[in-house]
Design a protein around this ligand. Sequence first.
Ligand SMILES: Nc1ncnc2c1ncn2[C@@H]1O[C@H](COP(=O)(O)OP(=O)(O)OP(=O)(O)O)[C@@H](O)[C@H]1O
Ligand SMILES: [Mg+2]
Length: 255
Amino acid sequence: MRCIAITNQKGGSGKTTTAVNLAAALGEKKRRVLVMDLDPQCSATSWFGIKNTDKGIFRAFVENGNVIDIISQTNVPNVEVVPASPWLVGAEKALAGEVGAETILRRQVRNLPTDRWEYLLIDCPPALGILTVNALAAAGEVLVPVEAHVLALEGLAQLLQTIDVVKERLNPELTICGILVCRVDRRTRHAQEVVEQLQSRFGELVYKTVIRENVRLAECPSFGKPITLYDSRSYGAQDYRALAVEIIRQERGRE
Ligand SMILES: Nc1ncnc2c1ncn2[C@@H]1O[C@H](COP(=O)(O)OP(=O)(O)OP(=O)(O)O)[C@@H](O)[C@H]1O
Ligand SMILES: [Mg+2]
């Protein structure tokens, strides 16, 4: 099972949109995916139409609950979800002073029956706090979505530094699987400049696939569907399918 944390501490960079729609696109290709929502805003959870989450993943952090008991089914083929809940707002405080708090999720993930899924995608909150550190400690890889509207190099440097610290202290195996440029508006020169700057700074780490600005992507959470089910022929669906192909291709030559 590939465990990929989808992280960027900048708000609104496309993390949740990527977690949900990449999961659906992989599911469409018969890959089994578990999406874990670590954001107290619960955006991914509600996007999948999951209600009555009780305390969700919070139980695993604070009450010794097991992730396996919290998994919800979805209407999306091959996709299951570990829901978040607003209780997560209190995770930072509840875990302060707790020995080993940064590696709670790592222990949980190791206890999962890993042959049940090909992918675990973790949707992180927009902060570099205890929840994101837990995701980075548990994951094998990090996928970083960046918004093409803004040049996010400074924020990226901070994120890369955090990833390095986590690698050094908690998870030496952690790698970056890729940087994904989101919300690309082909009509403006600026978006292209952002892509070029990222490519010249990070080279091969930048996914060839870019996610175009597509209003259908912004609409679908209200309908509780991923883009592949909401509008299968939209640019958004095409782009996330292309990303799924690129992610699967990364596995060639491994193992
Ligand atoms: N390719 C796209 N085209 C159009 N709108 C998009 C696209 N990607 C994301 N959005 C919109 O941008 C906003 C932010 O996206 P999203 O919620 O995925 O970011 P996020 O990084 O998860 O945000 P947060 O940090 O708050 O969790 C949302 O309103 C979403 O609908
Ligand atoms: Mg989000």
